[in-house]
Structure formats: structure tokens, C-alpha cells
Design a protein around this ligand. Structure first.
Ligand code: AMP
Length: 594
């Protein structure tokens, strides 16, 4: 059988993958395998595709085509330096580049491909994609839905029936799909989204922050200065990416422009994660509205979901996975690179066409969450031992993440950095796997920022760094075997030991606090699929239910009243797990009524 390749033909980037030794692999050529979906002409009017084309997009916009996927299926002509092309023809340039890349790397002639498209693509859009493949010299064996491909990448070996949400947020588009997988067959139950929402919008928000800052500081509107704006766009995206693993991003761009008086403007701005999250809040909320819509379209209750899969580069933003985690009590799967997941799934399907059943991917993910303990809020009350997750369970390894904390009082002399493995919102219920004393610079003001950085590799070696933000002073520590399993006995010993330390007041002068970002949300949203609601959380749910009940129909009102009564009865009889279970039913009902 002739080889078949799998292609993710994306709006921003495209990838090609192939089954090698029974496993899907992205085809790379001294790069990360991500090929920008960009076509342009060079000075001699030769066609360029991918990174080289993208590099000159700013210089020669009239000779560059970006995001052609948005035009697929439309009867439009695209001008490229005076020549006109159909969307299929432009896409064919990208596909031909991917085909040739595959041929160079595998040393084989490739003529068969599976190409993915969004689940919402119409017949005309799918047909246009097929035609693009044919123009590129490919026999398109099958057009595969992107969420189907993503589900296959994670679940090709699963035999149990699974209901999966595929949340796909890329550079310029957002899709959410509900898929069911049974005996390796994937069915898309619902799919919705927004064709014009993605990482580019987040970049624009940072650009706005920066241009406002320049206006305030230098009294200059740079928005009309195209070369300055191109540079701002570039640093804005880099800062956004940095904030996915660090609490601050320092944006610096020298000689950006000149003031009206003729002096040079050197841009220097520190963007914090909360400021960024605040700026993109409305976009994230919009995606959650689509999530609700997709569930409704699939006639599914949130509690029926087995898994959430994250696809697309923008899903690396931590706030996004914590929003989903909080809503569904499920830790989103991030084990496969979200940029490559769809192409990997396409390769798995390509393998099937060739009669090769590929083995499930062995994912290098952390089986536990790692974090620290800090002063914060738990269930709305001040708590001295809030568990602050830093590296979340299911994160792809190796990974580096950092978080900001504050000193508790002026001239604090030291901080005890406690390192925990576990999933519980109270650090005392997790396992302490290390502690380090950090001697601080004298005379630091209250709330001085301490950054805690965790670096975890695939062998379970966890490197810890604590840094005083102002001075740069730091300490380092290593925990050699962070993956050793939690043992019940150790957990109990750990809890007893720490309880004693707290009750003796020994640690009070060595604490850090965590309300720098939305600490409450983080502490509530600890990722444990078996997480139990506490009675006080059930009471909060009941209060919400009472408010919603006022607007509900008589029938729904009755259901709510009965469920509330059942929860109270279960709590009174001491059966907390039953109360929690009924709580889930109530939550599902409220979800629909809301
Ligand atoms: P895609 O269309 O899936 O290739 O995603 C591209 C988008 O993901 C671009 O807007 C990138 O800036 C964004 N992106 C890539 N890596 C990260 C990251 N670590 N954090 C936030 N956004 C990212």
C-alpha cells in the first residue's frame, strides 16, 4: 500500500505527520514542524511558502497571502502582485510544500493524503479543500474533521466509550466540539465557535496597552506609524507567550519612534499576568458561551463529559484551562502539543487507511500537581495553608512554570518555600516533598514580590527557584524524585507534622501570601476529578439555585426544591458523598436554566 500522510491545513499554521514505527510523528526539517500557512512572492516573483513567506509579510504585504483558509469555498480571486489566484490554488501551494517536505524526509514518493477541516465546514468548503489537494498533486483519501483527529490523537487505543470536548483556540479561530468515541469510531455530536476569535485578538489587546502607555508617557500616537506598529505587534505576541509560563513579561523595544520634539522613544513596559488576563477576559467569556452552546446542541449535561482536550496554540494560556477546570471539574488534557495534535490524529487515520493500527501515544505528562502553600483564601475564608498549584497535573513534560507571591510584612527576613505534591485545595491535605529556607534582603517593604519557579522534567526531577523580584537574589533547590507516589501514611505524617508547626506558631514569620492573581479561583479549582464539594460550597450552590428558581417554570422550581431538600437530608444523615452527588444533579439543572 502506498504511504498516506496526515495534514492539518490550518488558518495560521499547517503541519504534516506520518506513521513511523507504528507511531504518529510530525515531519520536521531542522524546525518544529510548524509551517506558517503563508504564501508570498520574493523579489524575483518566485513563490515562497511557510516561514520564509511569513518573514517578509510585513515588508511586502501586497505580495503575501495569509489566512487563506477563511476564503475556502468562496468564489473569490486573490491578488498576488497583479496575478489572481483562487483560494484553492493558494492552499495548493501550502499543500505542495507539505507534500514535498514529507517526500524529502521520508525519501518516498507521496501521493495520498488525509486533510483535516473544521467540523463546521460546509460541503463547498470541504470540496474546495479536496480540490486544493488535487491541484497540489495529492489524492485526497479522506477529509477528516479536526476535532475527530484531535480525539484520535488522544484516544486511538481506547475501547471504552468516551465523550470528549475538543476546545480549539488558535491564532484566528475558535471551535468547540463535543465528540463521542466508541470502539475507535469518532462521531462529532456538536460543533460551534467563532471564526474571528483567537490569539491575534489577545495580541491586539496588548498592543492597545502599549500604545496607550506610549501616548501617556510620550504624548505620541504611534498607531499610524506602520513600522513601529509592526514591532509592537511582534513584542506583544512574545509577551503573551511568556505570560503563559511566567507572572510578568518585560517588554522592551529601543528606538521605537521619535517624539514630536525629536527625541528617541525607548519602549519599556512590564506586563503582569493579571493585567493581561483582565484585557482578554471578554474573549475568554465568549468562548465559554460557545462551550455552553455546544453542550446544549449535543443535548449533554456538563457532568456527562469524560475528558477535555485542548487544541491550538492559544490554549497554553493558564487562565483558560483553569476556567474550564473550574466549570467541569475536569483537568484538561494537554499531553500532546496543542499545535500538533490535529496533524497527529490525521496521521493515525492515515495509518488506518494503510492498514496500520498505531499504538496509543505514550504521553510524557505529570501525574500530579505540584505547588506550594501560602496565605490566601479558602472557601471565602482566610487560610494560612492554601495550596497554590504551580505545575498542574497532565501538563506536558518537560515544563517550566512560575507564579508570583508577596512577603507578608515589612522587613520580613525569610520565607519557607514548602513544595507539595497533590490535588487538594488545602496544602495540609497534600504531601510535602521538600522545603527550602530563603533568606531575604533586609528592609524589604511589605508585599515585596517573590517569584517561585518550578521546572519539572520527564524523570520527575523538580528544580525549584525562588527569586526576589526587585533585587534578583535567588535560591535554588532540587527534588530528585517528585513522582514517587503519594502514600497514605506519608500523607498523614505530613499533615500531623505541619499541624503541629502551625499550632506552635513557629512558621508565622516565614510565610508568603497569594492573592496576586485570582487566588480564590486557583484554590477552588484544584484539579481532582474526584474533588468533593464541601458542605459550605453546597450551601453556595443552594443559594444560587434559590436565586435562579425565582425565574424558573413551576416544574423546574419543583425539581430544584426537591434536590435542595435531598441535599439537606443527605447532609443531616452524615452522607456527604450522597449530598455531593445530588449537588452535581442540581448543578446540571441550573446549567440549563441559566
Ligand atoms: P495555532 O493557530 O493553533 O497555530 O495557534 C497560534 C496562536 O497560538 C498564536 O496566536 C500564538 O501567538 C498562540 N500561542 C502560541 N504559543 C502560545 C503560548 N505559549 N501562550 C499563548 N499563546 C500562544
Amino acid at each position: 500500500m502506498e504511504p498516506v500522510i496526515g495534514i492539518d491545513l490550518g488558518t495560521t499554521n499547517s503541519e504534516v505527520a506520518f506513521i513511523i514505527n507504528g507511531k504518529p510523528e510530525i515531519i520536521k526539517e531542522n524546525d518544529n514542524g510548524i509551517v506558517p500557512s503563508c504564501v508570498s512572492l520574493d523579489a524575483s516573483n518566485n513563490i515562497l511558502v511557510g516561514r520564509t513567506a511569513k518573514n517578509q509579510a510585513v515588508l511586502y504585504p501586497q505580495k503575501t497571502v495569509l489566512s487563506v483558509k477563511r476564503l475556502m469555498g468562496k468564489n473569490e480571486q486573490i491578488a498576488l502582485d497583479g496575478q489572481f489566484y483562487t483560494p484553492q490554488e493558494i492552499s495548493a501551494f501550502i499543500l505542495r510544500e507539505l507534500k514535498e517536505r514529507a517526500e524529502r524526509v521520508t525519501g518516498q514518493t507521496i501521493s495520498n493524503a488525509i486533510i483535516t477541516t473544521p467540523a463546521y465546514f460546509t460541503d463547498a468548503q470541504r470540496q474546495a479543500t479536496r480540490e486544493a489537494g488535487e491541484i497540489a498533486g495529492l489524492n485526497v483519501v479522506r477529509i477528516l474533521n479536526e476535532p475527530t483527529a484531535a480525539a484520535l490523537a488522544y484516544e486511538s487505543g481506547e475501547t471504552d466509550s468516551q465523550r470528549i470536548m475538543v476546545y480549539d483556540l488558535g491564532g484566528g479561530t475558535f471551535d468547540v466540539s463535543i465528540v463521542r468515541i466508541e470502539d475507535g469510531v469518532v462521531e462529532v455530536l456538536a460543533s460551534t465557535g467563532d471564526n474571528h476569535l483567537g490569539g491575534d485578538d489577545f495580541d491586539h489587546e496588548i498592543e492597545k496597552i502599549l500604545t496607550d502607555h506610549i501616548k501617556d508617557k510620550f504624548d505620541l500616537d504611534v498607531t499610524g506609524n506602520s513600522s513601529a506598529m509592526a514591532r509592537i505587534r511582534n513584542v506583544a505576541e512574545l509577551a503573551k507567550i511568556e505570560l503563559s509560563s511566567a507572572p510578568f513579561a518585560m517588554i522592551q523595544e529601543d528606538f521605537l519612534a521619535k517624539t514630536t520634539a525629536g527625541s528617541d522613544i525607548h519602549l519599556s513596559y512590564e506586563l503582569s499576568r493579571p493585567e493581561f488576563e483582565n484585557a482578554i477576559e471578554s474573549y475568554l467569556q465568549k468562548t465559554m458561551d460557545s462551550v455552553n452552546q455546544a453542550l446544549k446542541d449535543a443535548s449533554m449535561l456538563p457532568s456527562a463529559l469524560d475528558k477535555i482536550i485542548l487544541v491550538g496554540g492559544s490554549t497554553r494560556i493558564p487562565k483558560l484551562s483553569s476556567m474550564l477546570e473550574k466549570k467541569f471539574n475536569l483537568v484538561p488534557q494537554q499531553g500532546i502539543d496543542p499545535d500538533l495534535c490535529v496533524a497527529m490524529g490525521a496521521a493515525i487515520q492515515a495509518g488506518r487507511e494503510m492498514g496500520i493500527e498505531s499504538s496509543t501515544l505514550l504521553l510524557d505528562v505529570t501525574p500530579y500537581t505540584f505547588g506550594t502553600s501560602a496565605l490566601g483564601q479558602l472557601d471565602g475564608f482566610p487560610c494560612r495553608t492554601v495550596f497554590v498549584p504551580i505545575i498542574k497535573r497532565n501538563s506536558k513534560l518537560p515544563t517550566v512554570k512560575s507564579e508570583a507571591f508577596g512577603t507578608v510584612y515589612e522587613n520580613q527576613r525569610e520565607v519557607e518555600i514548602l513544595v507539595y505534591q497533590g490535588e487538594n485545595p488545602n496544602a495540609l491535605d497534600n504531601v510535602e516533598i521538600g522545603n527550602f529556607m530563603f533568606k531575604l534582603t533586609p528592609n524589604l517593604p511589605e508585599h515585596s514580590i517573590i517569584i517561585l519557579k518550578y521546572e519539572l522534567d520527564i524523570n520527575g526531577i523538580l528544580k525549584i527557584k525562588a527569586i526576589e523580584k526587585e533585587s534578583g537574589k535567588e535560591i535554588n533547590g532540587v527534588i530528585e524524585n517528585a513522582f514517587s507516589a503519594i502514600e497514605e501514611d506519608r500523607l498523614k505524617i505530613s499533615r500531623r507534622k505541619i499541624d503541629q508547626v502551625w499550632s506552635s506558631g513557629k512558621n508565622e514569620d516565614k510565610q508568603i501570601y497569594y492573592d496576586y492573581t485570582d487566588g480564590n479561583e486557583n484554590s477552588d479549582a484544584v484539579d481532582d476529578t474526584n474533588m468533593q464539594r464541601t458542605p459550605s460550597e453546597l450551601e453556595t450552590l443552594i443559594t444560587t439555585a434559590r436565586n435562579i428558581m425565582e425565574k424558573a417554570s413551576d416544574e423546574d422550581k419543583n425539581d430544584i426544591i426537591n434536590l435542595i431538600e435531598d441535599i439537606h437530608n443527605a447532609l443531616e444523615s452524615g452522607d456527604e458523598s450522597k449530598a455531593v452527588k445530588i449537588g452535581h444533579e442540581l448543578e446540571d439543572l441550573l446549567f440549563y436554566l441559566e
